[in-house]
Design a protein around this ligand. Structure first.
Ligand code: FAD
Length: 412
């Protein structure tokens, strides 16, 4: 325990996804009074697989929630990306840099349920589901939360905005520099992999910059005991309509050719409705705070999922907010500390994602050629390899300069 200089705050949290749920737990356990506003009346997790990195696992450990997540996740030791001709583009192992380190492939529902259930059980948290927040007004030193109906829902000393990439309150915050959608996204399917064909490796096959197929071991899912694997397929957002019209057959045949081991998985896809389309955002704001207000997670810094860091960054944000409040002399000082503490880490991952994404998903074929020619050999150079493994682990903080975050103890 620490002696807190900031008085017990009345905190409103907008959104009960990864960042909002984790922040609510940290803040309530530090003695603040927390009210969570969640737009969805009965939240459940949608989506396919995500990768938890050592940084994200460390935060879950701090919250006492790592064990149930590990129990239903799949250990991933390697990221292996090849061309159609099976030439290595990326081949990285977590253990190369940090013995004992690994990633965790996870059904998104597992992370959601573990966090959401903890929030519902937490004594200091009031959860108000079905309350979509539209705007945050500043009145008499407090933030007033305004719902989509225009009604005032509450007033708080501090509001934590964690309502995801399409954040409503962000629009009028005056902090936003950019919130644009990438022209590309991905089709996602999660299916059974009872034989564990894809265990241990996040595997990708690329062909120019137009085709990318990925297979992520995703653990057991929220229920059941059958191993799952997530399939993702890169696609331009404006080509999804045509994909639907053409029917599944040509798509399934292309993927079976790219990765024959996936045939039993592909046989589980019988209707387009089984496949989800996700589009990505690029959100830039800095600093991430204003008086009585702070933005966390995708609302603050959404990126494409190329580096598999979004949920991890959201978890690290939540822990960093608690650290910034602990021992701060005032609410303002705590928020300034928060933005300063997150700057190098977030800037690096936003830059790296923006830089790398077009090499894997874009209309620039020349980047595919450059990737296939130079990335494989670069991966074998010790300095580059170390940098790439640390980036994958979620701990990197600078391109040439800047110290990396320490690897979590459990992984050293
Ligand atoms: C296809 C895809 C693959 C991904 N893969 C990975 C991966 O491998 N690893 C990884 O770490 N990350 C991955 N991500 C990113 C990761 O999912 C996000 O970065 C993470 O979920 C962000 O958490 P968040 O809490 O900021 O937002 P969200 O999880 O989106 O939560 C936002 C919450 O706010 C609620 N809400 C929305 N609007 C309002 C409102 N107006 N009022 C109140 N509540 C509201 C929503 O209902 C939701 O509950 C991926 C993302 C995509 C799209």
């Amino acid at each position: 325990m620490y002696a807190r200089a900031v008085k017990r705050l009345d905190v409103g949290v907008v959104g009960c996804g990864t960042a909002g749920a984790a922040a609510s737990l940290f803040l309530a356990r530090a003695g603040h009074r927390v009210t969570v506003y969640e737009a969805v009346p009965e939240p459940t997790a949608v989506g396919a697989g995500i990768m938890l990195q050592p940084t994200g696992m460390r935060v879950l450990e701090r919250l006492g929630l790592l064990e149930p997540v590990l129990a239903r996740g799949a250990r991933v030791d390697r990221l292996h990306c090849v061309t159609r001709e099976r030439r290595d583009v990326i081949d990285l192992r977590y253990g190369d840099e940090h013995p004992g380190a690994y990633g965790l492939g996870l059904h998104r529902g597992v992370l959601f349920h573990v966090l959401f259930d903890a929030v519902t059980r937490e004594p200091g948290v009031t959860l108000r589901c079905g309350e979509a927040v539209e705007e945050l007004r500043w009145r008499a030193g407090r933030r007033v939360v305004v719902g989509s109906s225009g009604l005032e829902l509450g007033a708080h000393d501090l509001v934590v905005v964690a309502d995801g990439a399409r954040s409503q309150p962000r629009r009028k915050s005056g902090l936003i520099q950019r919130a644009t959608q990438y022209p590309w996204g991905a089709l996602w399917f999660i299916g059974d992999d009872p034989e564990g064909t894809f265990d241990g490796t996040l595997f990708q096959v690329v062909e120019s910059t137009r085709h990318m197929m990925g297979l992520l071991p995703s653990g057991l899912g929220p229920t059941g005991e059958t191993r799952k694997v997530s399939l993702f397929w890169s696609i331009r957002a404006d080509a999804v309509g045509e994909w639907r019209e053409r029917g599944l057959e040509p798509w399934l045949a292309t993927m079976a050719q790219l990765e024959p081991r996936a045939v039993p998985l592909l046989a589980q896809i019988q209707r387009p409705e089984q496949v989800l389309f996700a589009r990505y955002w690029d959100v830039v704001m800095t600093p991430w705070h204003a008086p009585g207000l702070v933005f966390l997670g995708d609302a603050a810094h959404a990126t494409s999922p190329q580096l598999g860091q979004g949920a991890n960054l959201a978890l690290v944000d939540a822990a960093a907010l608690e650290d910034a409040l602990a021992g701060a002399e005032s609410r303002g000082q705590a928020l300034r500390r928060y933005s300063a503490a997150r700057r190098a880490h977030l800037r690096y991952y936003q830059w790296a994602t923006r830089f790398l994404t077009p090499f894997f998903q874009s209309d620039l074929g020349v980047l595919g050629w450059a990737r296939d020619t130079f990335m494989g050999p670069s991966c074998r150079m010790p300095w580059v390899r170390g940098k790439m493994v640390r980036t994958m682990c979620g701990v990197e903080r600078g391109v040439f300069f800047g110290d990396s975050l320490p690897m979590p103890d459990a992984f050293e």
